[in-house]
Design a protein around this ligand. Structure first.
Ligand SMILES: NC(=O)c1ccc[n+]([C@@H]2O[C@H](COP(=O)([O-])OP(=O)(O)OC[C@H]3O[C@@H](n4cnc5c(N)ncnc54)[C@H](OP(=O)(O)O)[C@@H]3O)[C@@H](O)[C@H]2O)c1
Length: 364
């Protein structure tokens, strides 16, 4: 059994740790099942989990083992795993789960709230964490479950469900009175998913992409944005129109420049991500007064209450189906060979050296 861990105080540094006998399969408790992790996706989102590890509690999901374990943590990933041992009668060996995992070969969980479609990990250390992250889908029970879609689903679903929620929240707020929306770090998958939702919505204001100059051609080729600008040329954005920003970057200096350019027409900024985690910082002035952190699990919980879990699944599934089809036009999957492959490519993900059209698939 093996884990890929990162230093909590300097998450760009990683290490591979092989476990001792205390994590052996034979040690599962009476209420536990043992999962063998089969595959997972990896993107800037997983780096952000590490960057926000202390602030949002991401280190608490999957405690690491090994020397000086308290100084290290595991950044969660989305993927698929198979049940290889079970002490829980409702969950047979061979069941396959989609959900939140550590970058590790195995995970023990305590299934509760079990239904044919889903279960929840009831482990004590996860009980106070956002419920959406503790839920696992039992995919063998899904009508039409197609293993061939696993890679795209694990890479895009967690990001596109956020895109869907941002679109829903923007619509709910009547676009904050904006006549144009600027998506910052527009080449990110979460940004592309949002552009996809907005381009299918006739009532949406114009959608402007803001990205680095190296990703400008890629963003233009997507055909989802009405116009696009690089960070260096952001003063080209029409500042006479009321504007809302949806920021995946967290880049303080660039957002301050954008805020200054838009002046009082900067109506609201939704802070979603930290792709530029090494340029992050607290905004000030109008940018601070008119901005809000967006947390997808919170919005999902709210909509599950409003629409019911089935209503939520119905609406998001309809969006995913069209957005996954659209992704065929640009997404190139890149296989990464297990945890050792991940440890090799991890510094490139942290430094933003992965091409925007790549989807990293870690195959165990
Ligand atoms: N709040 C929430 O609930 C929530 C939920 C889901 C995702 N998110 C966040 O949304 C963000 C996007 O995630 P993703 O997985 O969709 O990203 P991704 O597809 O991996 O994004 C890649 C893009 O991010 C930028 N980038 C990445 N690393 C960089 C670096 N070190 N320096 C500069 N630019 C870098 C580049 O875009 P540009 O050149 O266009 O800047 C790059 O093309 C993440 O911060 C993620 O945590 C938040």
């Amino acid at each position: 059994m093996r884990q890929f861990q990162v230093r909590k105080d300097n998450f760009t540094e990683g290490r591979l740790v092989d476990s001792g006998a205390d994590n052996a399969a034979s040690k599962i408790a009476a209420n536990e099942i043992l999962l063998k992790i089969d595959r997972f996706g990896f993107s800037a989102n997983n780096v952000t989990y590490a960057a926000a590890g202390d602030m949002l509690g991401y280190w608490q999901f999957f405690p690491p083992y090994g020397d000086n374990a308290q100084g290290w943590g595991m950044t969660p990933v989305w993927g698929f795993a198979d049940v290889i041992e079970s002490n829980v009668s409702e969950i047979p060996v061979g069941d396959r789960l989609f959900g939140y995992f550590p970058p590790a070969t195995h995970l023990k969980i305590v299934p509760i709230n079990i239904s044919a479609q889903r279960l929840v990990d009831g482990a004590e250390h996860r009980s106070k964490l956002p419920p959406g992250y503790n839920l696992y889908r039992r995919v063998n029970a899904e009508p039409g479950y197609d293993r061939a879609m696993d890679n795209v689903r694990m890479l895009l679903w967690p990001l596109y469900v956020t895109s869907f929620c941002i679109w829903d929240a923007l619509q709910d707020k009547a676009w904050y009175g904006a006549k144009q929306l600027v998506i910052v770090s527009a080449s990110s998958k979460t940004g592309i998913g949002l552009a996809c939702a907005l381009s299918a919505d006739k009532s949406s204001p114009d959608v402007v992409a803001l990205t680095s100059s190296r990703n400008l051609d890629f963003v233009n080729a997507l055909g989802l944005y009405d116009s696009s600008f690089s960070y260096d040329d952001l003063t080209g954005i029409d500042s006479t129109m009321p504007t809302a920003l949806i920021d995946m970057s967290g880049n303080r200096e660039m957002l301050a420049r954008l805020g200054k350019h838009l002046g009082n027409n900067m109506k609201f900024c939704i802070n979603v991500g930290l792709t530029h985690w090494d340029e992050r910082g607290k905004p000030d002035g109008v940018m601070a007064e008119r901005s809000e952190f967006f947390f997808a699990p919170g919005h999902i919980q709210k909509r599950m209450k409003d629409w019911g879990p089935d209503g939520f699944t119905r609406k998001t599934t309809a969006f995913m189906q069209q957005a996954f089809v659209q992704s065929r036009e640009w997404l190139k999957l890149k296989n990464v060979d297990g945890l050792s492959g991940l440890s090799e490519i991890y510094p490139d993900v942290c430094a933003g050296r992965i091409d925007a059209d790549r989807g990293l698939v870690v195959e165990m």
